[in-house]
Design a protein around this ligand. Structure first.
Ligand SMILES: [Zn+2]
Length: 446
């Protein structure tokens, strides 16, 4: 017999996931997600479900659990969490980041909101559904994937490429939503992530000519050119573009009419941004611009040698509808005459992805949320960064980022804790999310 209230169970599972310390530092030999695949396999093992484990590399395991529906034509749903977390610097923490201490109804630890809270609550929901004898019409899939924190190469991206039948459904829900907006009149407004910007990255090389540094006059110094390129990228102002999802967000956020107008006019927006608190301005800017950020710079070999080569890494996040050529045009414009001297050594390019809001799942999420958080309504938004949903949307899967947070963790606080110090989650948020998944499964798949 399962206790009616899932709080203790979801808290315990979250604590055990945090203590597994699946720290992903970006190297293939980090992560060790097999530990949490073991834990979750053990936890979810039950008659009627298929559990499969997929290792892209030794130790980098993802767990996929399927509860087959009775009607192959009914829409299917994937609840997708990741089990890896980003590294910590314990100096900045007031609690041991991997002890998962429970104090005054709050669990402290790396991954508490990104996103072991949801990975745990999705698992607890599935186990409860199984224990109650739930037999859906549409298939329910739960995935606890590796390597989300380092581009998904050994996790979601690998699964979509190598085991599409195991993971592909009609709909997916993963992280990045459901915490209340800290503004807007009326009942709570819950952002739901329906789109993600595209990610492009460039490694540029510039060349110079080596010479003795004691006589620099007239030399061709790659480090000096690279510094100039970085500077031009930093001062470049790509124009604002108001995408449909941003418009929906502004219209749903409960703002005053002048604020709505300012945030949905590309021209007015540019004037307003510098007047806003920088944290808010940064988010608004990210949602309305393709951004270009030079992040890594290497050059030269020795103090007394004029540098003959330098390399610059540039992180680029594209709005929906922007192509690789558009980005190249933007870079050429920003860098000017020096663009001709840039050799593209490496390039990744992934388009932005967008899911519609007029779907049956969206409706169910809205209804269930309003039941669990009275008067709450959904506000769709575009995520300036990336989640694992970006691998599934191009396959025709409708993807949202959601979850429920209590009033103790509003949206701005949730964002500030991602990859930050003192990450924590309260038990009420854990309970709300667990109930959410149970009721979504019942409302959408039954
Ligand atoms: Zn995450």
């Amino acid at each position: 017999m399962v206790a009616a209230d899932p709080t203790a169970e979801v808290t315990d599972l979250l604590q055990r996931l945090i203590r597994n310390e699946c720290v992903n530092d970006g190297t293939p030999e980090s992560g060790h997600e097999s530990r949490s695949a073991d834990l979750l396999e053990d936890y979810l093992h039950a008659p009627g479900v298929t559990l499969r484990r997929f290792a892209a590399l030794p130790g980098r395991e993802s767990l996929v659990v399927r509860l087959e529906g009775s009607d192959p034509k009914a829409p299917s749903l994937l609840l997708m969490g990741h089990t890896d977390v980003v590294p910590v610097n314990p100096d900045g923490w007031t609690h041991d980041p991997f002890a998962a201490t429970l104090e005054d109804g709050v669990v402290w630890g790396r991954g508490a909101v990104d996103m072991l809270n949801l990975t745990a609550s999705m698992a607890v929901a599935l186990r409860r559904l199984l224990a109650s004898g739930f037999r859906p019409r549409g298939t329910l899939v739960y995935a606890a994937v590796a390597d989300e924190e380092a581009a998904g190469v050994y996790g979601a991206e690998w699964l979509v490429a190598h085991e599409p039948d195991a993971i592909k459904t009609d709909y997916v829900i993963t992280e990045m939503g459901g915490a209340r907006l800290p503004f807007g009149r009326g009942g709570p407004r819950l952002p739901i992530m329906v789109a993600e910007k595209g990610g492009a990255g460039l490694l540029l090389r510039v060349k110079g000519s080596p010479a003795h540094a004691s006589m620099p006059y007239g030399t061709d110094n790659a480090v000096v050119k690279a510094a100039e390129i970085v500077h031009r990228l930093a001062i470049f102002r790509p124009p604002a573009r108001i995408h449909e999802v941003w418009r929906l967000f502004v219209e749903g956020a409960g703002l005053s009419w002048p604020a709505r107008r300012a945030l949905t006019s590309a021209r007015v927006l540019e004037r307003v941004l510098p007047t806003l608190p920088v944290g808010i301005a940064r988010f608004i800017h990210g949602c309305t611009h393709t951004t270009i950020a030079p992040t890594v710079l290497h050059g030269g070999v020795k103090i007394n040698v004029i540098a003959d080569t330098a390399e610059i890494q540039v992180d680029i996040r594209k709005l929906p509808g922007e192509s690789r050529d558009d980005v190249h045009r933007m870079l050429a414009h920003a860098i000017g005459d020096l663009w001709r001297e840039c050799e593209i050594v490496r390039e990744i390019d992934r388009a932005a992805t967008v899911s519609p809001t007029n779907t049956p799942l969206y409706e169910v999420i809205a209804q269930v949320s309003a039941k669990l958080v009275p008067d709450a309504r959904l506000v769709p938004y575009i995520f300036p960064a990336a989640t694992d949903a970006r691998f599934l949307r191009p396959e025709g899967v409708v993807g949202y980022g959601f979850g429920l947070m209590s009033e103790r963790i509003p949206f701005d606080k949730l964002f500030s804790m991602f990859h930050g110090n003192d990450e924590h989650v309260d038990q009420e948020s854990l309970r709300l999310s667990t109930e959410l998944w149970v009721q979504i499964a019942r409302g959408f798949l039954a």
